[in-house]
Design a protein around this ligand. Sequence first.
Ligand SMILES: Cc1cc2nc3c(=O)[nH]c(=O)nc-3n(C[C@H](O)[C@H](O)[C@H](O)COP(=O)(O)OP(=O)(O)OC[C@H]3O[C@@H](n4cnc5c(N)ncnc54)[C@H](O)[C@@H]3O)c2cc1C
Length: 331
Amino acid sequence: MENLEKAIAEIKQALPGLTLLEQEPLAAHCSFRIGGPARALAVPQDVSSLARICSILKEHQLAPFLLGNGTNILFPDEGLQELFLISTEKLQKLFLLPDGAIYAEAGVSLSRLASFAQQNGLQGLEFASGIPGSVGGGVFINAGAYGGELKDVIESVVCLYAPDQGLYELSKEQCAFSYRKSYFSTHGGCMILSAVFRLQPGDREEIAAKMRELNEKRRAKQPLELPSAGSTFKRPEGHFAGALIEQAGLKGFTVGGAQVSEKHAGFVVNVGGATSHDVYDLMLHVRKTVYENSGVVLEPEVIILAPDYKLEDKGPRVHGNIVTVNGPAEE
Ligand SMILES: Cc1cc2nc3c(=O)[nH]c(=O)nc-3n(C[C@H](O)[C@H](O)[C@H](O)COP(=O)(O)OP(=O)(O)OC[C@H]3O[C@@H](n4cnc5c(N)ncnc54)[C@H](O)[C@@H]3O)c2cc1C
């Protein structure tokens, strides 16, 4: 804590124009609308300010937590007092490279990226147009939908590696993408700054029609009218999480303000005033009941930023996507 306070003071001095929000409610920065105050949330204007912040944090043996659009995160009600958060929302460069590939900075939303591709007659990102995350968050988890995944269209990713403050360009292969996983989600310390996307030429009208069709499907099936973090659990091999949850009789099951969506059992929604504990307890109940009902263990897709939770005390251990304050995601 002492180190963090010193680092904050130094960052303020080194970057006087930086937007640095203190005791900022995290509920305002995530699609679940849940989460207490963050000690510090910086919103750097550009990559060089981001790098400067990281280098000061490193001098104090600290690593930041990168925040994209907050659409795949459960923040704790208690807030985060021991973590320095950096939002990528102002990293918005998006352009065509001379060879026709698309360059996008981490903060560009996937919907803007997909529209940009469509406007330039490039196909392959239609699946991503309704995913509410950013390029950084999407690359981190290899976001996907309707049979497409970012790994299908990514050529390379540039990241800043916190431990040595080096800039690295990783090829698609080095990114080690698999279903809702990447090198970045399984190894700590990488801040995704930008990505290059390689698409195929296509007809603008057909691409736009495909995007409309997929977004229509999304609106019909998903509870977009309520706060959520998308699919709560990953798709278990050979099954659909939503179907397993429904078969276990859990559609509409509620803990406090958190509910298994009536519209799509794969989503946990905030029906009003949900706490992170409500969501967390609901997820544990769903996991336990689905396991008893079908023998399938559900793995969370949502990143649970929960340094204090005592997972073992509350039932079956939640594997994956638990981000501890000082280390990489647990396997
Ligand atoms: C209604 C709804 C529908 C959804 N539909 C889909 C879907 O169809 N398919 C799908 O895959 N997902 C879906 N999601 C989930 C979510 O949108 C994606 O996982 C998205 O990729 C998250 O991006 P984000 O910018 O919001 O990341 P955040 O939630 O901000 O962060 C998620 C993780 O990525 C890390 N991260 C973010 N940016 C960076 C960066 N620059 N460098 C390093 N790490 C970073 C964070 O530290 C965190 O661990 C949906 C969510 C909602 C609310």
